[in-house]
Design a protein around this ligand. Structure first.
Ligand SMILES: [Zn+2]
Ligand SMILES: [Zn+2]
Length: 336
């Protein structure tokens, strides 16, 4: 049986289970491990039966629970090399410190060295230099308002290198794939394609199992021809409908963030999604799922009405069922 279960979708966490034959893949791991398992059980999915995790891009709402979950289940994680590197950079503890925290660490290390070698002069720089609090690396995807830190990774004591398990970037197994190069995970064929979004190497997918094709394309600034081509002849289409343009314009985000969301590497508006459905979509999917709806700049009803209008205007369509992916609860699994 083929099944597609959206566990969470939106700026506070994204995860979907794709099952086909004897294989189960988790697409993105943006919830904490505990919440992920809770939702899987709610949706009738067994966490222990997952075979692999595949990551679309390294923004927090897509990777938050990744290391804890992959370690707990002992399963491989599929990334593009660019996304894997970006994820590792993000998790490297030094990069997550504020400048003040870094100074504090220098101070502590100096104190430890002094304690070990009494009488030596303190060769450190001036630890009292009152620098303003400065974040060395900002949280990825600030516009998506990640509210929680990644699952806390174990910190290595400073006097020895971290062991494998203490290294926050350690995973049971890592597999690389590339956009444009289809591959298989067990019984599921995966076709990865590039999408325009402001991450290292963001990817959309078409999954195929037992002859059923499921397209997965959220978080994209616009729909370029290569993506349009991927979204044809599918049985299930999951597509972003992130924001209402007026709500975004009048909403709470700072100007720079609004510009980013609207840019060609930002997010798809209800209008852009409707335009695609009206003019470029072949209408073959049995299910269309609108995903990654903004909680600040969209309303489910606006997204639904906009997409429904676009679909209803087309007499040639088969029975497209329109569903909305939720942030706070799983959608019940779609069986084929
Ligand atoms: Zn996202
Ligand atoms: Zn993103």
């Amino acid at each position: 049986m083929v099944r597609f279960t959206v566990l969470a979708s939106g700026s506070k966490g994204n995860s979907t289970v794709v099952s086909g034959g004897r294989t189960r893949i988790l697409v993105d791991c943006g919830l904490s491990c505990r919440e992920l398992f809770r939702r899987m059980k709610l949706a009738g999915e067994e966490p222990e039966t997952l075979d692999a995790i595949i990551i679309t891009h390294e923004h927090m709402d897509h990777i938050n629970g990744l290391s804890v979950t992959a370690r707990k289940l002992g399963i491989p994680v599929y990334f593009t090399e660019g996304t894997h590197r970006a994820w590792m950079r993000w998790l490297t503890p030094r990069r997550q410190m504020t400048y003040a925290q870094w100074l504090e660490q220098c101070r502590k290390q100096a104190a430890e060295r002094q304690a070990e070698a009494p009488g030596e002069a303190n060769a450190e720089g001036d630890p009292d230099d009152p620098e303003p609090e400065m974040v060395l690396e900002t949280t990825p995807d600030a516009s998506e308002q990640p509210e929680s830190a990644p699952d806390p990774a174990p910190q290595a004591p400073s006097n020895r290198p971290p062991s494998r398990k203490e290294d926050p970037t350690w995973l049971p197994s890592v597999e690389y794939f590339q956009a444009g190069q289809p591959f298989e995970i067990g019984d599921i064929a995966v076709s990865p394609f590039t999408i325009p979004h402001d991450a290292a190497d963001p990817i959309g997918f078409v999954f195929r199992a037992e002859g059923v094709r499921m397209a997965f394309a959220t978080f994209l600034g616009y729909i370029p021809p290569n993506v349009k081509a991927q979204l044809q002849k599918v049985d299930l289409l999951l597509l972003e409908s992130n924001h209402d343009l007026e709500m975004l314009r009048d909403g709470p985000y700072p100007w720079a963030v609004k510009q980013r969301v609207l840019s060609r590497v930002g997010h798809l508006s209800n209008l852009a999604t409707a335009e695609f459905l009206e003019t470029s979509y072949d209408g073959q999917a049995a299910y269309v799922i609108l995903a990654h709806l903004s909680e600040s700049n969209n309303l489910p009803e606006l997204a639904r009405v906009s997409a429904e209008r676009a679909l209803n205007g087309r007499a040639s369509l088969l029975a497209n069922r329109l569903l909305l992916a939720e942030q706070h609860e799983p959608l019940s699994g779609i069986n084929f």
